[in-house]
Design a binder for this molecule. Structure first.
Ligand SMILES: O=C(O)CCC(=O)C(=O)O
Ligand SMILES: [Fe+2]
Length: 378
């Protein structure tokens, strides 16, 4: 199924932020669905340019119209995807004491936490001042790209994000399977940002290019040491009674945009949980398609493109059956990548820069503080 033909007639993107609709359960009726992008031409160096071009055109359309799409042709077998979900599910089913062996602790403290990596119990993650009804484990690229600073607590304490990953001890095979999966995802992430550079028509790679060269490989060069994040999330079913026509007051994951480059979401088959905000102001259920990822662009791509492509708001409301598990992988810029609007995109969007630019690392640190150190509105 490919819905691109249906949306080709959409008017040009508006550069205004869509109004935030009230937190009601109103979603857009089926059968509208996100477009499907086959990334295989960008994973196979022998693909003819015409097939790459088709993928690039479809990517541009999807990023303008939705900021979200389903990704096929990535080459990761379904058996591997099932294993990744199943291992996360097994972890969340363990006793709390076992899960707390890899608990996230604040940076700089005597427990050796780095404020970001590790297990977060139910309600620890905060979005828009509300506690999300979820538990999660966060893994990041190891801090391997520059000197580690000494945290205030001295030896054995870590600055924010600079500690080692805290891998679950149970299930035993989780670490090995996930490391292999991350290697595979890095290749897929690279293929997506390569397609995006072509989709934006940034021009053929320039000889002797460096990280600041704004040709079609600019995203590839600035993600070649991607400071990726892998998140295993467990969502119990929301239990608060729903009032007919009333506001939604409890979220599995509150409304947000992703803060990085591209997100590759793998989720179990539970329908009706992930919702994407359309330009019309309606919510669309982005139900899983077996074997496909749900991909969305993050704030760094929005900034690079000067708002030509928007980072779309989304949320999770899980009122279906069972305990939902998802494992998003965030393919991010390098920690030190300077992310500022590309000149060509600035020209195409009226000449004014939406941001003066800063490093992805600085942007990320701001988000980590927001997630875990912010106040909860009771
Ligand atoms: O679990 C999901 O479906 C989406 C989670 C999400 O949006 C996120 O972690 O950023
Ligand atoms: Fe998200």
């Amino acid at each position: 199924m490919d819905t691109l033909s249906e949306i080709d007639t959409h008017p040009n993107p508006s550069f205004s932020v869509p109004p935030t609709p009230p937190n009601t359960m109103e979603t857009t009726p089926s059968p509208q669905s996100l477009p499907i992008i086959d990334i295989s031409p960008f994973l196979d160096p022998s693909s003819p340019p015409s097939t790459c071009q088709q993928t690039a055109i479809a990517t541009n359309r999807a990023c303008i119209d939705y900021g979200f799409f389903y990704l096929t042709g990535h080459g990761i077998p379904i058996s591997k995807l099932d294993q990744v979900i199943s291992l996360a599910r097994q972890f969340f089913a363990l006793p709390v004491a076992e899960k707390n062996k890899i608990k996230r602790h604040d940076a700089g403290g005597p427990e050796g936490g780095d404020g970001a990596r590790g297990y977060q119990a139910m309600g620890e993650n905060i979005t828009l001042g509300r506690r999300d009804v979820q538990e999660a484990v966060d893994l990041y690229r190891e801090w391997d790209h520059s000197e580690k600073g000494v945290a205030a607590g001295g030896e054995g304490t870590y600055k924010t994000l600079q500690g080692p990953n805290l891998w679950p001890e149970q299930p035993e095979e989780l670490k090995e399977v996930y490391l292999d999966y991350i290697d595979q995802l890095m290749k897929v992430g690279e293929a997506i940002v390569r397609a995006m550079g072509v989709a934006l028509n940034l021009g053929k790679p320039v000889e002797g290019a460096d990280k600041n060269t704004e040709d079609e490989e600019v995203f590839v060069r600035n993600t070649n040491k991607s400071f990726w994040v892998m998140r295993m999330i467990g969502y119990p079913k929301l239990e608060t009674p729903l009032v007919e026509g009333g506001d939604v007051t409890e979220f599995s994951c509150g409304e947000h945009t992703d803060y990085g480059c591209v997100t590759l979401l793998l989720a179990d088959p539970t329908p009706g949980a992930l919702q994407v905000l359309l330009k019309t102001g309606k919510w669309l259920n982005a139900d899983p398609i077996p074997g496909a990822f749900v991909v969305n662009i993050g704030e760094m791509i929005e900034r690079w493109t000067n708002g030509l492509w928007k980072s779309t708001r989304h949320r999770v409301i899980h009122r279906g059956d069972g305990y939902r598990v998802s494992v998003p992988f965030f393919y991010e810029p390098n920690f030190k990548a300077l992310v500022k609007p590309l000149r060509k995109c600035v020209e195409r969007t009226g000449g004014e820069m939406v941001h003066e630019g800063n490093t992805y690392g600085d942007h990320l640190l701001g988000k980590v503080f927001n997630n875990f150190y912010s106040e909860v509105i009771d």
